[in-house]
Design a protein around this ligand. Structure first.
Ligand SMILES: O=C(O)CCC(=O)C(=O)O
Length: 287
């Protein structure tokens, strides 16, 4: 598969050294909280490869994809492989809306046990420097080829303006997720930018009614501030952690394997969280 051009929301973006760079790997710092905090402050993101048990992540993928009616998976594919049949089963509500498997799954003890596992809580505590709580609105995302739908360039802060900005996001691919499967990309150093610097990118946007996303055009977003998108070919077990002011987005899924991921937020215990994140996620909750 060619990496000369990738796309996000159907908008092509040349995969050049001007626009993309490999994401720095912070895995060697995982056991050194002070060093990890320094790297996080510097980069706004850390990538920890193989941080979670690969088998446990693949089991979560299998459990979620098993909850769909027949027809989602290609003939012969196991839920763990998660190969898309090319058509979504009819009769389901939109992703994450009550009645869709993702809505039930984030309320399932298998999901909450995964999200609340000590490795993740400990990582958040190491980065925030004290005891933490996980915000209940943990999101399960699921993309497949053919839709050309992905997350627009945005900061998490734009969606969490009513609480402390000392909040962390963990992004966890639930399955292997190379660039072509639609992983998260981070705009290098963008946590140091002001919102005004993205004004030119905001001219190129497909959601004029919604001020929260910067743009669906990742090339325009990168060029507006002269920064590169950091990419990684994620494997099941990898985790990234990012701060609320780092611009990020995702790429379109063009592989037969579906992209499933989880994103979780953590805050220091006792700190004020945006109350829209204090209840479980639903695809139509508007938050
Ligand atoms: O997974 C995605 O496409 C978006 C995730 C995201 O924006 C986040 O974790 O903050």
């Amino acid at each position: 598969m060619s990496r000369q051009v990738v796309s996000s929301n159907g908008v092509p973006i040349p995969f050049t050294d001007e626009l993309f760079a490999p994401m720095p790997d912070s895995t060697p710092l995982a056991g050194d909280a002070a060093a990890l905090r320094r790297r996080f402050a510097e980069d706004g993101v850390v990538l920890l490869r193989g941080f979670l048990d690969r088998r446990a992540v693949l089991d979560l993928r299998a459990a979620y994809l098993s909850a769909f009616p027949d027809g989602l998976l290609a003939p012969g594919s196991t839920p763990e492989e998660g190969i898309f049949s090319g058509r979504s089963p009819g009769g389901l509500p939109a992703h994450g809306v009550r009645g869709h498997p993702a809505h039930a799954f984030v309320r399932d003890p298998r999901f909450t046990a995964f999200a609340d596992q000590p490795a993740l809580t400990g990582l958040a505590a190491a980065l925030l420097g004290g005891p933490v709580e996980r915000l209940p609105r943990g999101i399960l995302r699921h993309f497949h080829a053919g839709t050309l739908a992905a997350s627009r360039a945005h900061t998490d802060h734009a969606y969490m303006t009513r609480g402390s900005d000392r909040v962390l996001t963990m992004w966890i691919p639930v399955g292997d997720c190379p660039v072509e499967t639609g992983g998260l990309v981070y705009l290098e150093g963008s946590h140091r930018e002001t919102a005004e610097r993205f004004a030119r990118a905001r001219l190129a946007r497909d959601r004029a009614h919604d001020p929260r996303p910067i743009s669906h055009d990742l090339r325009a977003t990168a060029l507006a501030v002269g920064r590169r998108w950091l990419w990684h070919d994620y494997e099941a077990g990898d985790v990234t952690v990012h701060g609320p002011h780092l611009v990020h987005a995702s790429l379109d899924t063009v592989t037969d394997a579906m992209r499933v991921s989880v994103d979780l937020r953590f805050i220091l215990r006792g700190e004020k969280a945006d109350n829209r994140w204090m209840k479980e996620w639903a695809g139509d909750d508007g938050a």
